[in-house]
Design a protein around this ligand. Structure first.
Ligand code: SF4
Ligand code: SF4
Length: 422
C-alpha cells in the first residue's frame, strides 16, 4: 500500500492563492475558510506535523465536512493533489481514532458479499412495495426513503412508450469483438440491476462482447473514503484476482467505483493493481469510442449532471455527452452548477445531512428554473442518482434521475437496434 507521507506531499505546491474557493461547495454553503480547500490544507498540514492532534474536534469536523468531490483540483493553477492529501489525512485519523461503531459495522457489511447482498435485497424488496415512495420526505428518514425510491427504473415524463428489450442486437462474430467484463459493484448490483442490463445491451449493440465474472467484491471506495485503506486494499486484491485476466476491458457504470478501480495501482502498490487500473473504463468511454451508434428518437429535455468522480477524479468529460448525443431528438442541457457536487459523496448525505442538503438545493433551484421544463436529469453514478432523484421527488418536481445508458438503451429500443422493436 502507498505510504501516507507521499499523500501529504501532493499538497506541497499550494501557494494559498484561494483560486479554489469558489469551486468548493462546502465553502459556498458555509462561507467558513476552514470549510474551504485552502483552509483544509492548512489543517491537514498541521495534522501531519503534529501541531493539531487527531482528537481535535475542530480539525475532525472540518475534514469530515469535506465532500471529497475534488472540485478544487482542476481549478488549482499550482496542480495541488488535494485528493491525495485528504486520503493521507483520513488514513491518519482512522489509524489514530478508529471509526464510530456504526461506521465500523457499515464497512464490515460491505466487506462481506453475502451481507451486502442481503441488505440490498431487503432494500429492493422494500422499494418494490412502493412504501418508500409514499414515505418520501424532505429530511431524515423521509429523505432516506426518497433515496431508496429513486433507485427504481425511473421513466421519463415523455417518450416512455417502449419498454427496454431483452433481445440481443445484431453484431460481428464474437471472435472479432473486444471483450469486456462488467464490474457489478454492490449498490449497483443490489439496486440498479436495470442499469447493468442497459449497460450490457448498449455495449453489445456497439460491438463489444460482454462477459460476466464471478468472484467480485465491493470496490472498496467507502472504506478508502473513511480512511480504512487496509480494508479497501483487501477488497481491491480480491477484485484484481477475479477480474484482471477476464477480458480486454473492465467496464464500470458507477463513477465512484470507477475512480477507485482505476487507482488500484496506487492503492495496492503492485504491478497487478496498475495493470488492472489501466484496463478499467467507464461505460461512457467504451461507448464513445464506437460513436456510439445512433438510436431511435427520444424527444426529451434532459439535463446532464456530471458526477464528481467521473469529471474530477477520472477526468472524463466528453464521453457521457457523446452517449447522450447519439440519441436523436434528445435536447441536452448543461445547467448552471452541473459540474458541481450534488452532496451525495458516498454516505456523506447520511452523515452530514444539513450540508449535503444545502449543496443539493443549489441544483434543485436550477432544475426548477429550467425552461422549457425538464423531462429527466441524467448522471452516471448511483449516489448521485439517489441524491438528485430524492431531491427532485421531495421537491415535487416529478422529474426522474436516470443513468445515461438507460436513455441510450431506450433510444436503441425505440429505434429497433435490438431487433424488431421499432
Ligand atoms: S489548492 Fe491551489 S488554488 Fe487552492 S489555495 Fe492552494 S494553490 Fe491556490
Ligand atoms: S474536495 Fe470538494 S468539498 Fe472538499 S475541499 Fe475540495 S472542493 Fe471542497
Amino acid at each position: 500500500m502507498a505510504e501516507t507521507g507521499s499523500g501529504y506531499q501532493a499538497l506541497d505546491p499550494c501557494v494559498h492563492c484561494g483560486f479554489c474557493l469558489p469551486a468548493c461547495p462546502t465553502y459556498l454553503a458555509t462561507g467558513d475558510e476552514a470549510d474551504s480547500p485552502r483552509g483544509r490544507i492548512v489543517l491537514m498540514r498541521a495534522l501531519e506535523r503534529g501541531e493539531l492532534d487527531a482528537e481535535d474536534d475542530g480539525l475532525v469536523s472540518h475534514l469530515d465536512a469535506c465532500l471529497g468531490c475534488r472540485g478544487c483540483e482542476p481549478v488549482c493553477p499550482s496542480g495541488v493533489g488535494y485528493g491525495r492529501g485528504l486520503e493521507a489525512a483520513r488514513e491518519q485519523l482512522f489509524r489514530t481514532r478508529g471509526l464510530p461503531a456504526l461506521a465500523r459495522l457499515g464497512l464490515g457489511v460491505f466487506r462481506t458479499r453475502a451481507l451486502w447482498r442481503a441488505l440490498f435485497g431487503a432494500g429492493w424488496l422494500l422499494r418494490e412495495t412502493g412504501i418508500p415512495a409514499r414515505l418520501a420526505g424532505e429530511t431524515g428518514f423521509g429523505f432516506a426513503m426518497a433515496m431508496l425510491a429513486a433507485t427504481g427504473d425511473g421513466r421519463t415524463r415523455r417518450g416512455n412508450g417502449t419498454a427496454a428489450s431483452d433481445a440481443r442486437p445484431t453484431a460481428p462474430p464474437a471472435s472479432q469483438r473486444p471483450t469486456v467484463v462488467l464490474f457489478r459493484g454492490c449498490v449497483m448490483e443490489g439496486l440498479f440491476a436495470h442499469v447493468h442490463e442497459a449497460t450490457r445491451r448498449t455495449l453489445e449493440a456497439n460491438g463489444y462482447q460482454v462477459r460476466e465474472a464471478e468472484g467480485q467484491a465491493c470496490c472498496g471506495a467507502l472504506h478508502e473514503h473513511a480512511g480504512d485503506r487496509a480494508g479497501a486494499a483487501a477488497l481491491a486484491a480480491h477484485n484484481v484476482a477475479g477480474l484482471l485476466d477476464a477480458a480486454d476491458w473492465i467496464v464500470v457504470n458507477s463513477a465512484g467505483c470507477g475512480a477507485l478501480l482505476k487507482d488500484y495501482g496506487h492503492l495496492l502498490g503492485t504491478d497487478a493493481g496498475a495493470r488492472f487500473g489501466a484496463k478499467v473504463r467507464d461505460v461512457s468511454e467504451l461507448l464513445a469510442e464506437r460513436g456510439p451508434r445512433p438510436g431511435g428518437s427520444l424527444p426529451l429535455e434532459v439535463a446532464y449532471d456530471a458526477p464528481c468522480h467521473l469529471q474530477h477524479a477520472q477526468r472524463v468529460h466528453a464521453a457521457p455527452l457523446a452517449v447522450l448525443g447519439a440519441i436523436p431528438g434528445l435536447r441536452l442541457r448543461l445547467l448552471p452548477g452541473s459540474d458541481r457536487c450534488c452532496g451525495s459523496a458516498g454516505i456523506y448525505s447520511l452523515l452530514q445531512p444539513g450540508l449535503a442538503r444545502s449543496v443539493l438545493d443549489d441544483k434543485l433551484r436550477a432544475f426548477r428554473a429550467a425552461e422549457p421544463a425538464l423531462d429527466a436529469v441524467t448522471t452516471g453514478n448511483p449516489g448521485c442518482l439517489m441524491q438528485i432523484g430524492a431531491g427532485l421527488r421531495t421537491a415535487g418536481l416529478g422529474i426522474p434521475a436516470v443513468h445515461p445508458v438507460e436513455l441510450l438503451d431506450r433510444s436503441y429500443t425505440a429505434g429497433g437496434v435490438y431487433g424488431g422493436t421499432a
